[in-house]
Design a protein around this ligand. Structure first.
Ligand code: C2E
Ligand code: MG
Ligand code: MG
Length: 703
């Protein structure tokens, strides 16, 4: 860019000479003939340099210079005086008001140009420097603002953070701690700053922390995290998650550490709780099955190593259900907790007491013989049998205890547990509030279960099953209006086996489905035969097991069997026990609805033994309640049973259901039932269950 120079001189010839020289050098030149014009021109368009004559009329060069320096736009424009004056004083005055140089007239062209060039160059440099300085200043200002900003950010973050933070150096201890850390540890800032890291750390965690820190010191690692415990001012512990990072100086040495400290007590507590949940019974705090299994396995391997005996005790509370049923679960729970405490207090430190759920406790007593185990069992019986005060109730409960001995009764826990369980049942069977050692005879009993199960597999194909029929009599007119089909099993070696014994086994092993289908088909075909042979049509009642009832194909199966036999569905009645219906009332309602749609009748067997809810009973599509024989048995003299039977009959009639009483054996029972308006009866008073031909004969004789 061309430099602009303003030349000022009141002598036109001098001015012309000056401008000519400059123009010849390639500068852009403007000229002014007096001070006034010079100022105007300079301010309007500031030049890069002013060549100024001193001696001028009206306004001399000094004055022009002073004014130029007073204006901001022209202040920095270098002024060179061009004058005849050569006195030092004059020059001093000129420099004093801001001139950069003097050229004395007459001047050498070269000298003039050298000075002009120098000052233009200097000025350019100055500008550049100033720009640089400005730039740096802006930069610096920005930087320092940013610093300020980040510093205050950091402060705020540090102070207001929910997480504890600290900076500490190995030599000087804490350099900074934030509010959150103080609050977490219960110290004031001043107190905390005086403490060391080690003083705050739980003794058990110091070693781990030291190891990590020493690796930072050696430069092996730069940061670490750990879960540790700090000690609060009040002496309690706080679980924290610590994340620490090293800040190093240029030589790599550790300057200080920055640590983030997060309170994880809640997480730890939850972890511990989960741990506890997994291993301890929530109600009593005793080891649960999982932990117990672990303990007993250890005890067993120890017994094996040292050739010792060991006892497993299975303890069940007698009639505990009554407590729950009559006083509620809350009271029952308190009682269980108290029992647990007493059991624990009665055994040695090395013994384990566990709750297996419900009112069942299992104990393992290491290093003990049969006499010792009997002694403990007696002690347990005594401590449990003492009465309990639970709120306003004084409760009494007794235990039944079964004992199995290692190694005589079994080598492993499963075997010992099973043996102790069997022995406990024997204790119950023998009158409760007692203990029994497992014996081979008990084993024989469960061996019979196995034997029956095996024999049952062949019962059908070997034609060992038969149906007997028990008449159901109307109380209105004494006619036989139905027959209940009851299963009989005659085994060549085992003899006659009661359905009370083998039906539960058949249910447990799944055989009941096949057997039940056979019963249904046989009974339906028999009724069809009877009707075809001219017997007055009546209802055939067939017992249904829970397993059959819950089988999804039951409705189709029943319909199919009826169709095969060509027996109209209204002649079939399926008996379902109350317990099964109430076990899953909604499921039962659904199945009953389907059966009802297919025209099949349902009745509820053994009614009164379960806990029917009236609201469900209303929804059950049953048309008959069978009053359980346990009530019928004593209705002649037990007022309570009388009341129950009367209530069942009136309730059934209000729900438009029929009633039939089971197990009627005497005229007295019959009279009472008749009085109460019971519809039908069934029992030995009329007839035992009979083989088909005898039943037919019975009916022909009656109807
Ligand atoms: P349940 O269905 O309640 O049958 C009535 C039981 O009472 C029958 O016993 C019957 O012989 C007996 N009984 C009838 N009248 C009297 C009486 O006046 N006095 C006395 N003390 N008892 C009487 P049973 O035949 O031994 O059958 C026992 C149980 O076995 C039945 O009770 C039923 O629950 C079950 N059961 C029998 N047959 C079958 C079957 O085919 N399938 C299923 N699932 N269960 C069956
Ligand atoms: Mg029945
Ligand atoms: Mg019954």
């Amino acid at each position: 860019m061309t430099d602009k120079i303003l030349a000022v001189d009141d002598t036109p010839a001098s001015l012309k000479l000056l401008t000519d020289i400059l123009k010849a050098e390639g500068y852009e030149v403007r000229s002014a003939i007096n001070g006034e014009l010079a100022l105007r021109a300079a301010i309007a368009n500031p030049p890069d340099l002013v060549l100024l004559d001193i001696r001028m009329p009206a306004m001399d060069g000094y004055e022009v210079c002073r004014r130029l320096k007073a204006q901001s736009v022209t202040r920095d424009v270098p002024v060179i005086f061009v004058s005849a004056v050569s006195e030092t004083d004059e020059k001093v005055q000129g420099f004093g008001i801001g001139a950069v140089d003097f050229v004395t007239k007459p001047y050498q062209r070269e000298e003039l140009m050298a000075r002009v060039r120098t000052h233009l160059e200097l000025n350019r440099l100055r500008h550049h420097l100033e720009d640089l300085v400005d730039e740096r200043t802006v930069e610096l200002r920005e930087n320092s603002e940013q610093l300020l900003r980040s510093e205050s950010h950091f402060r705020a973050y540090f102070e207001r953070s929910m997480v504890g933070m600290a900076a500490s150096s190995p030599e000087k201890g804490f350099l900074e701690v934030n509010e959150a850390l103080c609050a977490m540890l219960g110290y004031t800032r001043e107190e905390l700053m005086r403490l060391t890291w080690a003083e705050l750390t739980h003794p058990d965690d110091i070693a781990d922390n030291e190891i990590l820190f020493s690796r930072v010191l050696t430069g092996e690692i730069n940061e670490y995290t750990m879960d540790k415990r700090f000690i609060r001012k009040d002496g309690s512990f706080v679980y924290v998650h610590l994340a620490a990072r090293a800040v190093r100086s240029a030589d790599g040495n550790l300057d200080y550490m920055i640590a983030l400290i997060e309170d994880i007590s809640e997480r730890k507590m939850a972890e511990e709780r989960i741990q506890h949940l997994a291993h301890f019974d929530q109600l009593t705090g005793l080891p649960n099955q999982a932990l117990f299994t672990d303990r007993i396995n250890r005890a067993l391997s120890k017994a094996q190593r040292s050739n010792q005996q060991l006892a497993v005790l299975f303890l069940d509370l007698d009639h505990f259900k009554n407590v729950n049923d009559t006083l509620g679960h809350r009271i029952g729970d308190v009682l269980l907790v108290e029992v647990a405490l007493r059991l624990k207090s009665a055994v040695r430190e090395e013994d384990t007491v566990s709750r297996q759920g419900g009112d069942e406790f299992v104990l393992v007593l290491p290093d003990i013989d049969a006499d010792g185990a009997a002694h403990v069992a007696e002690k347990l019986r005594d401590v449990v049998a003492h009465s309990y005060q639970v709120e306003q109730y004084e409760l009494n409960i007794t235990p039944s205890i079964g004992i199995a001995m290692y190694p005589d009764d079994g080598e492993n826990f499963e075997l010992l547990y099973r043996c102790a369980d069997i022995a406990m049942y024997r204790a119950k069977h023998d009158g409760r509030n007692n203990y029994r050692f497992f014996t081979q005879e008990m084993q024989a009993h469960s061996a019979r279960t196995l034997q029956l199960e095996n024999a049952l597999r062949h019962a059908l194909e070997r034609d060992q099953l038969r149906l007997h029929y028990q008449p159901q009599t109307s109380l209105q007119d004494g006619r036989v209006i139905g027959a209940e089909a009851l299963l009989r099993w005659q085994h060549p070696e085992l003899g006659a086996v009661s359905p009370v014994e083998f039906i539960p086994i058949a249910e447990a092993c799944g055989q009941i489905l096949q057997i039940g289908e056979w019963v249904l088909r046989s009974a339906v075909q028999q009724m069809k035969l009877w009707i075809d042979s001219g017997l007055e049509p009546m209802i055939i009642a067939v017992n249904l097991s829970a397993v059959q009832f819950h089988h999804p194909r039951l409705p189709e199966l029943v319909t199919q069997i009826l169709e095969e036999a060509m027996l109209p569905p209204q002649y079939l009645e399926l008996e379902l026990t109350e317990g099964v219906a109430m076990d899953d009332p909604l499921g039962a309602i659904a199945v009953m609805d389907v059966l009802h749609q297919r025209g099949i009748r349902m009745s509820i067997d053994d009614f009164g033994t379960g806990y029917s809810s009236l609201s469900y009973l209303k929804k059950f599509k049953v048309y008959k309640l069978k009053i359980d024989q346990s009530f019928v048995r004593d209705i002649s003299d037990d007022p309570e049973d009388k009341a129950i039977v009367a209530a069942i009959i009136s309730m059934a009639s209000s729900l438009s259901m029929q009633t039939i009483a089971e197990g009627v054996e005497t005229a007295g029972q019959l009279a009472f039932l008749r009085n109460q308006g019971c519809n039908e009866v069934q029992g030995y008073y009329f007839s035992k269950p009979l083989p088909a031909e005898q039943f037919e004969a019975y009916v022909r004789g009656k109807n």
